[in-house]
Design a protein around this ligand. Structure first.
Ligand code: UDP
Length: 355
């Protein structure tokens, strides 16, 4: 099968952890690489240059157009040549491209939102909410990373087709190691929605001294990065900046637990990476972590700095519990290896194409 993937927002080849590039780039790179052998995939991104091969038959293709209409026209010319069986768009701006392509070509169309503006608990953009509604109402199938998101979309927009397929993790790259560390780890872009301020509040409530390692750079301008640095300047926090994804595993291995304090988290790849590294996860129970980490691999609490502090304190004082949760997290996460997730997509793609 020939798959046309549109990623107008960010390329899987960009370094992640700062700017506009985060979990979605990791998803695209890992998912489509694992499709080598059963699909030919062209991933269209913005920029100049020759196509880059991720694996045999899996290419990142640059389109040097910086508005969605011209970009869609280029995708349609490629479709005329390559005759794709299916279109899969990622993120709302790609959905805009998908809508234009689908109007003309009628190629079966899947869309993944990655973040759902209307479900965000802070900072909502009205225009984006309307555009996302139009996309999910127009495409053939919405793929969400969690059951709760797929259900929320179906409840909001009755009549749409939405299914859930979790994201995956590279269980070879992230592996268990002996735990003997006391510091705690945050990994992610520094963005208000990621809740680093709540984590700083929680650290301040702890009675024991805990050092926090922060990996990631500012997602939107330096201001937020600087203000969080100032906000936590009386605490033991080490800001490492963005770290290359390939080098991250050793940071997971040198921590006692991983904290994901996001106000909103559609899925939370960092949770899976911690589980694969056999480290317990602390986070909030309303986020996507509830379907991966749940009670098996960490402590999820109702959103508040006090609850977060309680969970960190419980784990910091209980080595046995950390080991137990780390071990069960590792066992659980093997099902999420990207090769398994790619096979799930293969079945879905085949079904949508056959329809
Ligand atoms: N990440 C990374 N280097 C960094 C910061 C983050 O490789 O310096 C990766 C992290 O390992 C994870 C992804 O970026 O795979 C973030 O994904 P997540 O789902 O947690 O958040 P998103 O960016 O999608 O909001």
């Amino acid at each position: 099968m020939r798959i046309c993937v549109v990623s107008y927002h960010a390329s899987p080849l960009e370094p992640v952890g700062a700017g506009k590039s985060g979990g979605m780039s990791i998803v695209l790179k890992n998912l489509y690489r694992r499709m080598a052998g059963f699909a030919e995939v062209d991933i269209f991104v913005r920029g100049k240059g020759q196509p880059v091969s991720l694996e045999q038959g899996i290419n990142v293709v640059y389109i040097d157009q910086h508005d969605t209409t011209s970009f869609a026209e280029e995708v349609m010319s490629q479709h005329a040549l390559r005759q794709y069986d299916l279109l899969h768009t990622h993120y709302w701006s790609s959905g805009v491209v998908g809508r234009l392509v689908n109007k003309v070509s009628r190629i079966p169309w899947l869309h993944t939102l990655h973040t759902v503006e209307v479900l965000k608990t802070i900072k909502q953009d009205r225009v984006r909410i309307d555009v996302e509604e139009e996309i999910v109402r127009s495409c053939d199938l919405v793929v969400s990373p969690t059951r709760q998101e797929a259900k929320a979309l179906s409840d909001l927009y009755p009549g749409i087709s939405a299914i859930s397929v979790p994201h995956g993790v590279d269980t070879d790259m992230f592996r268990p190691s002996l735990d003997g560390h006391s510091n705690i780890l945050y990994v992610g872009r520094i963005d208000p929605i990621k809740g680093l301020d709540v984590l700083v509040d929680a650290l301040r409530m702890l009675e024991r001294d805990v050092k926090l390692i922060v990996i990631g750079g500012p997602s939107k301008g330096e201001r937020n990065f600087d203000s969080i640095k100032t906000y936590g300047s009386d605490l033991q926090i080490e800001f490492m900046g963005p770290v290359k994804h390939e080098d991250l595993a050793r940071y997971y291995s040198k921590t006692s637990m991983v904290v994901v304090p996001s106000y909103y988290e559609s899925f939370g790849l960092v949770g899976l990476e911690a589980m694969a590294s056999a480290r317990p996860v602390v986070g909030f129970s309303h986020t996507g972590l509830s379907e991966t980490v749940s009670e098996d691999a960490g402590i999820l609490v109702k959103m508040s700095a006090r609850n977060l502090a309680g969970a960190i304190d419980t784990l910091a004082g209980n080595h046995e519990l950390r080991q137990e949760l780390g071990k069960s997290g590792r066992n659980k996460v093997l099902a999420y290896d990207w090769s398994n997730i790619a096979r799930v997509y293969q079945t879905i793609y085949e079904k949508v194409i056959e329809k």
